[in-house]
Design a protein around this ligand. Structure first.
Ligand code: GYE
Length: 324
């Protein structure tokens, strides 16, 4: 592939924001333009943060389906099992392997200064995927692709403001310190924070969501709504609510984020009341960005994947047609 000089040149990304809707998603065959100019495969180290949710599984499948050898990539994909130390180790391994591009989805926002500096010193460009970082390292990445988490929280809050202005809300947070938790909470609380009576994290998993809601049902018997930062924790909440003899969607309404098939099924079954989508299927756009970065081309600083939102008017046919 390219030498260090052209890699460094690639770091001078232009400050543009690209907004990609679902319509922009092609099939995996129209991405990844077949490697670098010399025909070599682009060697990519991808540190995925875990396999904690339906969203994550769909995202991993999308990334793997797009970064194929046929499309011009030699992908080293490593799952960190939601542990930052595993991600840091994977990132250091990628530096040692001298890959062409490092892509990663950071489990939390902070704690990356040292390793990001090491990567920067190596000259390998970074493509940030999904979640965001908070670091003192200057220009730590070339480009970021992901959703507007704050807007997702705002959209959820606006639905509550209009449809359940008296609801007493328990907020089921994602992994504390993750971009998805911090920003969804900020967006939601800015609209209806005065209705929030308690908060706890369920770490974005169904099992921990269930445990958190079991405790919340004891601590906040007056609760009439749960705002959950993802569907999986909301599905765990349904189990806890039903086990307590209450009716999810009625006694305790549930507003969620993601829109994976199981979440939308809960909406059709009237156990969820509202779901803000977070679309995980952006492997094709990622492949294109990585190719451009490897080739030293200018790329937008941000690519925002556009989301929609669903209420209980969604049909079973919509759910059955869902790709993830
Ligand atoms: O909403 C959740 C996953 O970072 C957008 O992570 C992602 C979030 C997603 O665990 O289900």
């Amino acid at each position: 592939m390219f030498g260090r000089q052209s890699r460094r040149a690639a770091v001078g990304a232009v400050s543009l924001v690209a907004v990609l809707g679902l319509a922009a998603c092609g099939s995996s065959s129209d991405s990844g333009s077949g490697g670098g100019e010399d025909g070599d495969l682009i060697r990519v180290g991808f540190s995925q943060l875990g396999a904690e949710s339906g969203w994550r599984t769909a995202n991993t499948e999308s990334v793997k389906a797009s970064l194929t050898e046929d499309a011009g990539f030699d992908l080293n994909f490593v799952d960190a099992q939601q542990k930052q130390e595993n991600q840091i180790k994977a990132l250091r391994d990628f530096v040692a392997q001298d890959v062409d591009v490092i892509a990663f989805s950071p489990v939390i926002e902070t704690g990356w200064d040292e390793v990001l500096q090491e990567i920067k010193d190596s000259g390998i460009p970074v493509v940030l995927v999904d979640r965001t970082v908070d670091t003192t390292v200057e220009d730590p990445y070339v480009t970021w692709i992901g959703a507007d988490f704050k807007q997702e929280g705002t959209t959820a809050g606006e639905w509550v403001e209009e449809n359940a202005p008296d609801a007493k809300i328990f907020e089921l947070q994602g992994t504390l310190g993750s971009g998805a938790q911090v920003d969804r909470e900020e967006g939601f609380d800015a609209v209806v924070g005065d209705q929030v009576i308690g908060k706890a994290s369920g770490n974005f998993t169904r099992a921990e969501g269930k445990t958190a809601v079991e405790a919340a049902l004891q601590a906040y018997p007056e609760m009439t709504m749960i705002f959950t930062h993802n569907d999986d924790m909301g599905l765990g909440a349904i189990e806890a609510i039903e086990a307590a003899g209450k009716v999810p969607g009625e006694d305790i309404q549930i507003v969620s984020v993601d829109g994976v098939r199981d979440g939308l099924q809960a909406l059709v079954d009237k156990k969820f009341n509202y779901v803000v989508e977070c679309n995980p299927v952006f492997g094709d756009q990622l492949a294109e960005l990585i190719t451009q970065v490897a080739n030293g081309e200018d790329v937008p600083k941000e690519t925002i994947v556009v989301d929609q939102a669903f209420d209980q008017t969604i049909t079973q046919a919509d759910v059955d047609a869902r790709a993830y």
